[in-house]
Structures are given as structure tokens and as C-alpha cells.
Design a protein around this ligand. Structure first.
Ligand code: DAH
Length: 355
């Protein structure tokens, strides 16, 4: 009987060595420890032994069962860890691997310009905000003091979302592709605590006849500062600082009176042309970038209209703010000396690879 147990143990150990899947392990367990297993078969034979033998063989058989059980558990843990090691090896990322040194590509001039602007504004304490490109009429127009049927709406040639979707909506709720980033001013003023100091870079859409300076979609960067005692002087300082940082210390910045429904007073902001250094002439010819004026219009700005503050639940007798909206495409064109901002959208590698 003892010999049988020894043989059983040897067979078991030999079989266990060749096993490397959980299924095969289960089979082995059944084969040796199962109800009709080999160990059970031996135990059945014990009843025919003498009392003395019964004692020793019974103990030995129990020990053998325990040793099988723990060997099986050990093998199970080994199989599992080998399985995870294999997954790890397959998914490992070699962080030391180098980038290909050639033709790595680079950022698009518009992304590059946006990031430059973000860095400058962040260094001045601004936060970057985002908003939906499918906007509703109330945020895009009404709350910016451009009511329904106001002639100022004509300036923003708008892509409306299909009639099917808009037909059951009331005026104000109708959806459109945002025509500017200004609605994010409203969203921020209605949801955030004062003081507010944000910029909003993003894509905007206009129903435009495309030409060298107009495209159906382009990028703007909106700015908004609201708090106690915010003045036009703060606006001037901010834009002067940003433009000099972006385009160079020698850049001149000029403010011209203008009109926007959401600001009062309002100003358009020009910078001295980077192509002809503000002279209006390039190679003895009229500079085509600034049409010989020496100035390029880059943005609209002003003090947030008290009505807009009130629409957003802000007490206009206590708080004031300034806002601005710049065309990132125009700024990129100035910075990189590109004469038509439409070129940024034509996917011509020849153009993009120059920067
Ligand atoms: N939203 C204006 C546009 O798209 C630009 C603008 C002008 C934004 C003046 C402003 C602002 O915040 O104060 O034409």
C-alpha cells in the first residue's frame, strides 16, 4: 500500500511539471483528488487493511492529499503570474526609443499661434475656458445685447442648424453654429464667481463668401475681465503688453473708436504692420498686407456693456469689465508673414512646412 502511495506521488509530481494552463491543472486535480480520483481509489482499499496499517496508511494518505492540494495551489499561482507577465511583456512601451529624426512634422501655424497666445495670457493670470460650437441664439446674440431683429445681427452671417431641429424651438432657443467666441463670456459670467479673468480660444463659423481674408470657419480668441474697478486703462495695458510680447517690442498698438452691441465704449485695435514695419511700403511697393496703411486690424474690444452684466445677474453699479475678441488667423498671418489667411485651411504642405 505504501508503495502505491509513493508511486502515486511520483506520478502526480511528474504530471504537474508539464502543466501550464488552468484547464489542464483542473483536470489533474480531478484525476487525483476528484470523487473518482486515484487517491480516492486507494482510500477505498484501506477498509481491507489491518487496524495498524489502517492508521499509518490513513495518515499517509491524508498527508498526501494535503501535499497535492498545496502543490496544485502553488502551480495555479505560478500559471497566473506567468499569464500576467506575458501580457505585460506584450504591452510594454520602450520609453527609451528615439523619435525618427527626420520629417517629424510640426504644429500647424494656427495651433502654434493659439498656444503662444495662451502662454502669454496665462502668464498674466488668465484662465483658459471653452464653450460649445453649436450654440443657442440667446447666448450667441440676445444676452450679448443683440436682440432678435436688431440690425447688428446682419454683421454675423449665421449658419443655422437645420429647420427640422429648430422648427419647434422658440426664438432664443434656436440652435446655430456660433458666430463668435463671445457667448462663452455669457456662459462664464452666469456660472462663475467674480472676479473673472478668462480667455476663450476656439473655432467660429460665418456664412461667408470666401476670399483672401474671409473663410466660413476661422479661429477667435475671446478675453473677459470682470471685477470691481476694472477700467479701459486695464484693457489698453493688457492688449499693448500682449501684442508686444507676441509680435516684438517695437510693435505699435492703436485704438480706434468703434461700435459693438456688447461693449460701451468700444474700440478696434490695430497693430503696426509686421511685413513693412508700419511704413506701408515693401521693396519700394505698396505693402499688400496692410494695403499701404502701415496698420493691420487685429481685434475688437471695449468695456462690457452694463446691460450684458445685468443680463448675467451682475450688479453693473458695483462691477465693471473689459472684453476683447481677436482673430487668431489674422494674428498668425501677421506673425508668419502670410498674405492670405485662407491658405491656413488649404492643407498645402508647401505652406505649412515653411514655419
Ligand atoms: N465678437 C466680435 C466679433 O466676432 C469680436 C469682439 C469685439 C469681441 C469686441 C469682444 C469685444 O469681446 O469686446 O466680431
Amino acid at each position: 500500500m505504501e508503495d502505491k502511495l509513493k508511486q502515486l506521488e511520483q506520478d502526480f509530481q511528474a504530471a504537474l511539471k508539464g502543466i501550464n494552463t488552468p484547464e489542464a491543472l483542473k483536470e489533474l486535480e480531478n484525476e487525483y483528488l476528484g470523487k473518482k480520483g486515484k487517491l480516492k481509489a486507494i482510500l477505498w482499499g484501506i477498509k481491507d487493511l489491518s487496524i495498524e496499517e489502517k492508521k499509518t496508511i490513513g495518515v499517509a494518505a491524508n498527508e498526501l492529499r494535503d501535499s497535492f492540494t498545496s502543490a496544485l495551489a502553488g502551480a495555479e499561482a505560478d500559471i497566473e503570474s506567468a499569464y500576467y507577465k506575458e501580457i505585460e511583456a506584450g504591452q510594454a512601451i520602450d520609453v527609451t526609443i528615439g523619435y525618427p529624426s527626420k520629417n517629424r512634422g510640426h504644429k500647424h501655424p494656427l495651433s502654434h499661434t493659439t498656444e503662444l497666445l495662451e502662454d502669454i495670457f496665462i502668464s498674466l493670470g488668465f484662465k483658459v475656458e471653452d464653450g460649445p460650437q453649436i450654440e443657442d441664439e440667446e447666448h450667441n446674440f440676445d444676452k450679448l445685447n443683440i436682440p432678435h431683429n436688431h440690425p447688428a445681427r446682419d454683421v454675423w452671417d449665421t449658419f443655422w442648424i437645420s429647420d427640422d431641429i429648430n422648427k419647434d424651438k422658440s426664438i432664443g432657443e434656436r440652435l446655430l453654429l456660433r458666430t463668435h467666441t463671445s457667448p462663452v463670456q455669457i456662459r462664464t459670467m452666469m456660472s462663475q464667481e467674480l472676479p473673472i479673468k478668462i480667455i476663450v480660444p476656439g473655432r467660429v463659423y460665418r456664412y461667408e463668401q470666401e476670399d483672401a481674408r474671409h473663410t466660413c470657419n476661422f479661429y477667435q480668441l475671446e478675453g473677459l475681465v470682470v471685477g470691481e474697478g476694472v477700467t479701459f486703462g486695464d484693457l489698453k495695458w493688457t492688449l499693448d503688453t500682449v501684442m508686444k510680447d507676441l509680435l516684438g517690442e517695437k510693435t505699435e498698438v492703436r485704438f480706434r473708436p468703434s461700435i459693438f452691441p456688447f461693449t460701451e465704449p468700444s474700440a478696434e485695435v490695430d497693430v503696426s504692420c509686421q511685413i513693412c514695419s508700419g511704413s506701408g511700403e515693401k521693396n519700394k511697393k505698396r505693402c499688400s498686407m496692410c494695403s499701404g496703411t502701415g496698420w493691420v486690424e487685429l481685434l475688437g474690444s471695449g468695456m462690457v456693456h452694463p446691460k450684458v452684466l445685468e443680463y448675467c445677474g451682475i450688479d453693473s453699479t458695483k462691477y465693471s469689465g473689459f472684453a476683447f475678441g481677436m482673430g487668431i488667423d489674422r494674428i498668425a498671418a501677421q506673425r508668419f508673414g502670410v498674405s492670405s489667411s485662407r491658405m491656413f485651411y488649404q492643407n498645402k504642405l508647401k505652406l505649412n512646412e515653411q514655419f
